[in-house]
Write a protein that binds this ligand. Sequence first.
Ligand code: GLN
Length: 264
Amino acid sequence: MNEIIGKCRELYNNSDFARESFALCEALSYLAEWQGVEFDPIILPALTPVQRERVLEALEKAVNGYPLQYIVGKARFYKSDFTVREGVLIPRRDSETLVEEAVKRIPQNSHFLDLCTGSGCLGISVLLERPDTTATLVDISDTALEAAEENARALGVLDRCRLLKFDLLSRPISELPSHSALIMNPPYLTSLEMTQIPKNVAYEPSLALDGGEDGLMFYRLFEGHTGLMLFEIGSSQADGLKRIYPNSETVYDLCRNPRVVVIF
Ligand code: GLN
């Protein structure tokens, strides 16, 4: 084990936050890639003194709560890497369930919408798996739309998607482009949860997290809307969604939490 790994371990082990929030191995593999060196869990080979400083400084920020993905400017999600920066929600593994369901269920040769697209991670992952489809990636945030456009270009699907700035809370849903299906991972934290967010999440845009008093504000907008809809939900929101959409199916994630609601 080389000396830098020992230092990283010490930083990590001394932080309760870090031990509860991420694996050291994952953090080191992000940092190694960021510095352009190969990652091995036992050694970090061939780091120059400058790189070594950078890695230690970055890890120190991360163990104190600043999201590592913002430091390195990317997040791994599903089968790709997505550019992220402050102002853009970091893709969550939880959302991979929605990708899997959408890939299975979106009709052949259709156009779908990805609402509250953020980095574009959901819509772009679906486009990559389903070359027969096209999509409109929708968000209210310019910062998010810029990141989504960069990601679509870098991952080779820009010719199959449009980017659209649209405020779901102030414009009628009927003004959205026509589509055969829509997917959405909206802000869904309740007002109470917004006061209790972990310190790393506090660096992320509240615009992407705050779902109003009961967290269900965005889901209600689609009552009466027809066509296939797939929504990511918070793990305690399945009953709330069932009340709004009685004809729906709940899909569970790998941790057996309700995670996606499919409305036909
Ligand atoms: N799962 C996210 C979190 O707990 C919330 C994302 C969202 O509101 N869509 O930080």
